[in-house]
Write a protein that binds this ligand. Structure first.
Ligand code: TRP
Length: 334
């Protein structure tokens, strides 16, 4: 809480190509929140180095993600859009919180187990303490709410546990964050396996629509989308492929599933796929155009980067000063 305003924090990694799932499930829903909350939206580049990155590529992708935040409609004069690595408080608080986190807790993190299996040649300590850095992100800004997907819920739980543990020893230092329960973002599933979430790390490029895909690619991927042999357009568990197409269509056109089912009643899957592709193109095209404009406006973006890093740092330092006093670091002499 800052004054009367609640604080909201969220972040995305700049690694991999962002998908339609990232947009419809998260980014799109972030846009309207900055009227109601003081929002911090971070490009979490410090999290990215838990797996090996090509430096030039990481730098480029991080900046691209910032462009995308703005192109998707986040107002950088209102929401604090910034790079995590620009605010050293994240690293400082993460160290402190590491000392209040048990290995037993980290051992239970399912994402660590998955990532360790996937990157068996590089199971580094950063990968292991990743949830602590995430806790630091959230607690540094005294966030009241955090919009996260189901896959990050366990990390939000550990954040709450760490904050409560700390507060119990030192008094009310941290706001205990709640998961953001708003209008749920669409859960977009893989086009090749509709039982699985659409993922930017899917090896099959036909499984995901990337936010950078051109119209032809989008049409082609929807044509190849896995459906079923029922031959009827219905919104039900037994037809996950068709339901996913309808969900995507609804998220892009603001229709309800009932409306969409009526609209396509009696039509073939080909018609549905064509309409879904078209709805996705019309959502992505203006965003892609805006990204291209922003890429040309270096001075503007540089100003946003500078000002928002300063703004984030101001709030971060407030928390950090308090934490350092509480734990007994000697006062800095100025
Ligand atoms: N770990 C999150 C993800 O991979 C990204 C993230 C980092 C985040 N810090 C955060 C999300 C703080 C919410 C709040 O999706």
């Amino acid at each position: 809480m800052i004054g009367d305003t609640k604080v909201l924090f969220s972040g995305m990694q700049a690694t991999g190509n962002l998908t339609l799932g990232n947009y419809l499930g998260a980014l799109k829903n972030w846009v309207n929140l900055s009227d109601e909350y003081l929002c911090f939206y971070s490009v979490v580049d410090m999290h990215s180095i838990t797996v090996r990155q090509d430096p030039a590529e990481l730098r480029k992708r991080a900046r691209n993600l910032l462009h995308l935040y703005i192109a998707a409609g986040l107002d950088p004069e209102k929401a604090v859009i910034y790079f995590q690595s620009h605010v050293s408080g994240h690293a400082e608080l993460a160290w402190i919180l590491n000392c209040f986190t048990y290995m037993g807790e980290l051992n239970r993190m399912t994402q660590f187990k998955d990532k360790a299996a996937k990157h068996a040649d590089n199971i580094n300590a950063g990968l292991y303490t990743y949830p602590v850095l995430m806790a630091a992100d959230i607690l540094l800004y005294q966030a009241d709410v955090v919009p996260v997907g189901a896959d990050q819920m366990q990390h939000l739980e550990i954040t709450r546990d760490i904050a409560q543990r700390f507060n119990k020893i030192y008094g009310d230092v941290f706001t205990i964050p709640e998961p953001f329960i708003g209008k749920a973002g669409a859960r977009v599933m893989s086009l090749q396996n509709p039982e699985k979430k659409m993922s930017k790390s899917d090896e099959n490029p036909n499984a995901s629509i990337y936010l950078t895909d051109d119209p032809d690619t989008i049409v082609r991927k929807f044509k190849r989308a896995v459906t079923d042999s029922e031959g009827m357009i219905a919104y039900r568990d037994e037809q996950p492929g068709v339901r996913n197409l309808l969900d995507i269509y609804c998220a892009c056109t603001n229709h309800t599933p009932e409306e969409a089912v009526n609209e396509f009643a009696g039509q073939g899957y080909g018609t549905l796929k064509g309409a879904v592709a078209e709805s996705v193109v019309s959502v992505l095209r203006p965003i892609q155009d805006r990204v291209k404009e922003l890429e040309k406006d270096k001075a503007y973006i540089d100003r946003i980067i500078k000002e928002n890093a300063e703004k984030a740092e101001y709030y971060a330092n407030k928390t950090l000063r308090k934490v350092k006093r509480k734990i007994g670091y000697p006062d800095r002499i100025r």
